[in-house]
Design a protein around this ligand. Sequence first.
Ligand code: PLP
Length: 426
Amino acid sequence: MDNHISIQDHHLTIGGVDTVSLADEYGTPLYVTCEQRIRRNFRTFKEAFPDADIYYAAKANWNLAILRILASEGAGADVFSDGELYVALLAGIPPEKILFNGNSKTVYELQMAIDSGVRISIDSPDELRVLSDLSVKSGKTVDVAFRVNPDVSPDTHPKIATGLATSKFGIGYKDVLNVYKEAKELSGVNPVGIHCHIGSQITDVSPFGEAAERMMDLAEQITSLGIDLEFVDLGGGLGIPYQKDVQTPEPRDLADTILPVFDARSRDIGITPKLVLEPGRYIVGDAGILLAGVNTVKRSAKNFVGVDAGLNLLIRPAMYDAYHEVVVANRADLAYEETYDIAGPICESGDILAKDRRLPLIEPGDVIAVLDVGAYGFSMSSQYNGRCRCAEVLVSDGGVDVIREQECYGDLIAKHVVPARLLTTL
Ligand SMILES: *Cc1c(COP(=O)(O)O)cnc(C)c1O
């Protein structure tokens, strides 16, 4: 297990804090995040790429406290909506280190990006023209990049491969040069960057090398148009080992693949752009766990452990067939006795958090810990089935802080409106 997760007196601990005590004190379900682990992951990335800017992908986990930790480490942010931009700015991430991404931005979002002074990654010729008009009207010139679809196919789940020619993201590799030419002639936009992101949970670095080559080819052609490239953003996507005993590349392996290409090609072209990377999962993924209480153990064709967290709080297993390790938190080091499916409480047969797991004997009242849920866990949660989202706590140096309160019924209906005519007596 990772060094922030260990076992003491049969109990699973995170950041030195007993998860069973956390479940007792704060109730379940409960998201628990380890501050030191986030800092360690960010620093590992930064050490591998000392000269690069690291723009944390906010969509992985945009809890305000977590963004604040990353801001204090000097992270920038990759944001994908007005809401993520709002939260990133609120967390204190400097606007000049924010890149606003998205394949279908609204006029409102573009205007917000202009007004906030962040840079924008443009995803289509239509967006370029709208942005140019808006920034001219605002009396501003906005630094922009173009999201390029480099047409490389990493070996990952199809739902998280984003750099294929048929993906909805980015401008086709063959078309993008013309878009730079158009941008050069337009007012209000200043093309200074190129951007790609080939996918997520990529566990082999070679597609990153391929993407870097293709992006530097493009950098050369863009430079020959007379455009001064200030940054090359190669996106995020580095995978993490969700299964124990699986080895995945570390940031230094990514650096060994990308940097020689980036450095040599920059030198050849005679440019000195900044390298930008946008890791999300690597930074927060293994820093978070989800604690779920066991309601029932039902032995039928299979053994189902009914827990109080399901796809409402962690959709990755249902959406991506994702594997997460599970541990019986209060019996963490006992021998395996039975094979179980860990089933959530949601009215969907697909609401299974973990399938066919050999685990110690489980009883009602036990606590199940689902590991590596810090990325795309809480940030993809919902209120489906009328379930309040659970609380989130942060453990740090043995202390515990609530960083998101549990929702209440009022939160479920906060934005519902019943027309007056329906309020008459029934
Ligand atoms: C999702 C995303 C990322 C982060 O991906 P990870 O796999 O979490 O590292 C980075 N950049 C863009 C544009 C993204 O959409």
